[in-house]
Design a protein around this ligand. Structure first.
Ligand SMILES: *Cc1c(COP(=O)(O)O)cnc(C)c1O
Length: 320
């Protein structure tokens, strides 16, 4: 195993990705601040290239490939956003990309991945093991596997979003972060503990897949079946070895949000802030609304992690 990532690695990642990744906007809403009696700042990774923060980790990882690794190619498995991120990053560095995606991944995510030049291999997310498929492809074709969250370069890259946020807004009292496998949360922990050490940090999972919460309470990584939730970016079955170790030591708590609460958060983003956020990207804000007492009178950060949702899907969720 490589060394666990530190804030120094986040700083190096920030320099490495600067030519390629967007510095995403920080947005505020007077209506939302008044509703919550808090000052809320939203870090809008839905405006990142490929529509989610995952581009940060992918660029940081692929930019460190050796010449041989670049030539042989990269393989990644993902429900969508990591796939698109690796496919675009690979095209930037001229690296052939093979992406293992569930056959029921959102059509827009599959189309975007192919559009960036990635070769897509499908699997059944409820019966097949994507990690196994990725490992086999890596071994057979000599590809380098870039996992979606449990890798020091990926974690360091994801940490650059919170680093930008804190650099721009200064100290926060609390920060709410969507949680799947924990790459975003653990990177955020590295940045936040360095830049705003007293800030409370909350990871937020879909209620149907609260393996992270159970892992934190029980002290070891809990594995679950693929949870059924509209938060397709957080249908992970377990935290990683690196991510759990960082989260265990650095998180204040892990909270959950239901699918219904995610839809209401999506509606507020669309109607009040005029921004399109995918269900997984709503986890942080949904938890803020579930816990008004934790945020009242405070300066609160929320990471909006992504905005990739088919428009007909968006319409049916908001219209239903
Ligand atoms: C991947 C993803 C997450 C979860 O990130 P992890 O690093 O796996 O915890 C959250 N939101 C969106 C939009 C994602 O694509």
């Amino acid at each position: 195993m490589s060394l666990a990532p530190t804030f120094d690695d986040v700083e190096s990642a920030a320099a490495r990705i600067a030519p390629y990744a967007a510095r995403t906007p920080v947005m505020r809403s007077r209506v939302i601040n008044e509703q919550l009696g808090a000052e809320v700042v939203f870090k809008c990774e839905n405006f990142q290239r490929t529509g989610a923060f995952k581009f940060r980790g992918a660029v940081n990882a692929l930019s460190q490939f050796s010449a041989e690794q670049r030539q042989a190619g990269v393989v990644a498995y993902s429900s969508g956003n990591h796939a698109q991120a690796v496919a675009l990053a690979a095209s930037i560095f001229d690296i052939p990309a093979t992406i293992v995606m569930p056959h029921d991944a959102p059509a827009a995510k599959v189309a975007a991945t192919k559009g960036y030049g990635g070769e897509v291999v499908s699997y059944d997310r409820y019966t097949e093991d994507r990690e196994e498929i990725g490992r086999i492809l890596a071994a057979e074709r000599g590809l380098t596997l870039v996992p979606p969250y449990d890798h020091p370069h990926v974690i360091a890259g994801q940490g650059t979003a919170a680093r930008e946020l804190l650099e721009e807004v200064g100290d926060l009292d609390a920060l709410f972060v969507p949680l799947g496998g924990g790459g975003l949360l653990s990177g955020t922990i590295l940045s936040t503990r360095a830049l705003s050490p007293n800030c409370e940090l909350y990871g937020v999972e879909p209620e149907a897949g609260n393996d992270g919460q159970r892992s934190l309470r029980g002290g070891s990584i809990v594995h679950i079946d693929t949870p059924i939730t509209i938060a397709d970016g957080a249908q992970t079955q377990h935290l990683g070895t690196y991510t759990f170790d960082i989260i265990r030591r650095g998180v204040t708590d892990i909270l959950t949000a239901s699918d219904g609460e995610l839809v209401e958060a999506m509606r507020t983003f669309a109607s009040v802030m005029k921004v399109v956020v995918e269900p997984t990207g709503c986890l942080g804000f949904a938890a803020v609304r579930n816990h008004p007492n934790r945020v009242r009178g405070k300066r609160v950060g929320v990471i909006i992690s992504g905005g990739n949702i088919d428009t007909d899907r968006l319409a049916s969720l908001l219209g239903g």
